[in-house]
Design a protein around this ligand. Structure first.
Ligand SMILES: O=P(O)(O)OC[C@H]1O[C@H](OP(=O)(O)OP(=O)(O)O)[C@H](O)[C@@H]1O
Ligand SMILES: Nc1ncnc2[nH]cnc12
Length: 242
């Protein structure tokens, strides 16, 4: 079940905590975990949305189980107490080191959004800049960076928002998008939902339609999807470690 290409083969330290995997939406099939000392779990979650999405699952994936997801889930490392005590940090850099898991992650999003008349992929700084551009190129959309304050050189619109560990401001270039365009918003992770909600607010303020938000990981305990209003959320993996 688990891939041979693991963090061990890449000479990385092993994940600090392991991820036991549970298929979502079907009677809980527990997949084997690769270590036995887990205090957290990542669960598979290959379906949209607290709210109805116009996007249908790709052919053959209607049951919500994508065979590529266990490897993606197991490639994500969890670091306790980073960046401060009490935070279980979901580290996607180990996913990026695993070429198959990284490619599969991008492919799953591309398969979902290709041909859906989406002209904008909005990526949230910083980790949305990793997943957003390859998706944008593959579906023929432009990539629009949603940046931290004072990084964009042109005229910006901005919005303040709250995080699991602090507050921040998000900015977007004026003129990057046009009213009526259809967008997806990409980030690595949804926690409290403040970040995605801010991106939605910025885009909707200029008349862009949010087709869906997409993340690799959701921390469901933090109920972030409740902050997204009408925007559906598509995620690959959930983690109990918030
Ligand atoms: O759902 P939320 O509670 O808003 O949290 C999610 C956001 O937090 C992380 O970014 P972070 O703010 O750590 O910024 P970084 O990627 O620049 O380090 C993550 O990449 C999301 O963007
Ligand atoms: N637990 C977490 N891991 C990684 N990024 C985060 N952003 C907010 N919470 C996070």
């Amino acid at each position: 079940m688990q891939s041979i290409v693991s963090s061990h083969h890449l000479c990385l330290p092993p994940p600090v905590l392991n991820h036991s995997l549970i298929c979502h939406r079907v009677p809980s099939i527990r997949l084997p975990s690769h270590r036995s000392t887990s205090t957290t779990s990542l669960r598979l979650f290959n379906c949209a949305a607290s709210r109805e999405s116009e996007i249908m699952a790709p052919a053959g994936k209607e049951d919500g189980q994508d065979p590529r997801i266990p490897k993606i889930a197991s490639s994500i490392r969890v670091i306790p107490d980073f960046p401060k005590p009490g935070i279980m940090f979901q580290d996607i850099t180990t996913l990026l080191l695993d070429t198959e898991a990284f490619r599969d992650t991008i492919d799953i999003f591309v398969e979902r959004y290709k041909g859906k008349d989406i002209s904008v992929v909005a990526g949230v700084e910083a980790r949305g800049f990793i997943f957003g551009p390859p998706i944008a190129l593959a579906i023929g959309a432009k990539f629009v960076p949603m940046r931290k304050p004072k990084k964009l050189p042109g005229e910006v619109i901005s919005v303040e928002y709250s995080l699991e560990y602090g507050t921040d401001t998000m900015e977007m270039h004026v003129g990057a998008v046009e009213p009526g365009e259809r967008a997806i918003v990409i980030d690595d992770l949804i926690a409290t939902g403040g970040t995605l909600a801010a991106a939605i607010r910025l885009l909707e303020r200029v008349g862009v339609e949010i087709v869906e938000c997409a993340c690799v990981i959701e921390l469901p305990e933090l109920k972030g999807r409740e902050k997204l209003g009408e925007a559906p959320l598509f995620i690959l993996v959930t983690s109990d470690a918030a």
